[in-house]
Design a protein around this ligand. Sequence first.
Ligand SMILES: Nc1ncnc2c1ncn2[C@@H]1O[C@H](COP(=O)(O)OP(=O)(O)OP(=O)(O)O)[C@@H](O)[C@H]1O
Length: 232
Amino acid sequence: MDQKYIVSIKYLNHYFGNGALRKRVLSNINLEVKTGEIVILSGPSGSGKTTLLTLIGGLRSVDEGSLKVLDQEIRGASDAQLIKIRRHIGYIFQSHNLLRSLTAQQNVQMSIKLHENVPILEARRKSAAALEAVGLGNRINYYPENLSGGQKQRVAIARALVCHPKLVLADEPTAALDSKSGRDVVTLMQQLVKEQGCAVLMVTHDNRILDIADRIVHMEDGQLVTINSTAH
Ligand SMILES: Nc1ncnc2c1ncn2[C@@H]1O[C@H](COP(=O)(O)OP(=O)(O)OP(=O)(O)O)[C@@H](O)[C@H]1O
C-alpha cells in the first residue's frame, strides 16, 4: 500500500439535485494530501469546500471520478469499507458537537469506544491523557456547558485525536471562537498533529490562521484554482 498519499483525488465531480435541478458543485477536482501535511482549503461561501470535505470523510457518496483515502477507493466502497476508513479519520466541526449530557472525559471516551475494543480503565486513561495534552487535565469532569468555547473546541480536538487518526478533517474549527481562542486552538492542533504525524485538511475562512498550513488550496465555483506551495 502506498502510504505517501493519505488522500488522492482524480477528476472528481459532484452534483446535487436531480433532473432539471441537477447542479454540478464540484468540477474536475485533483488533489493529493501527503502523510503529515497540513492543507488549508479556502474559498468563498458556496464554492464547494464542505462538500469536498464530506466526500473525503466518507460521509456522502462519490458520483464521478476517483477518491482514495489510505489507498481505499471511496467511490463504490461498501458500508463495511467506509466504516473501516472512517476509523482512521478524526473529524472536527465548526461547532464542537460535544454531547451535553457527558463530561469532557466521557465525550472523548465515546470516540475510543466507537473506534476500538478497549477495556474501560484503558479508555479512561487514554481519554484523560488526551485531555491533558490539550491543556484540560484539570477539566476532565466538566460538562460542556461549564467550558468556554475554546475549551469545548479543545475537547473536540482531544476527541478527534485520541485514537491517533491518519487524517484529520476540520471544517471551520475556529468559526465560533474569538480571535485569540481560535489562534490558540489551531496552534495546539498543529502541534499535536505534527507530533502524531497525521495529515490535516482544514476548511477555513479565517485568514489569521493561514500560516499554520504547509499548503493552501483555493476553491472557486467548485474548482481548485490555485495551489500555493507554502504559507510560511
Ligand atoms: N445537500 C445539498 N443539496 C443541494 N445543494 C447543496 C447541498 N449542500 C450544498 N449544496 C450546494 O452546493 C454548493 C457548495 O456548498 P458547500 O457547502 O460545499 O460550500 P462551502 O464552500 O463549504 O460554503 P461555506 O463556506 O458557506 O460553508 C452550494 O451552492 C450549496 O448551495
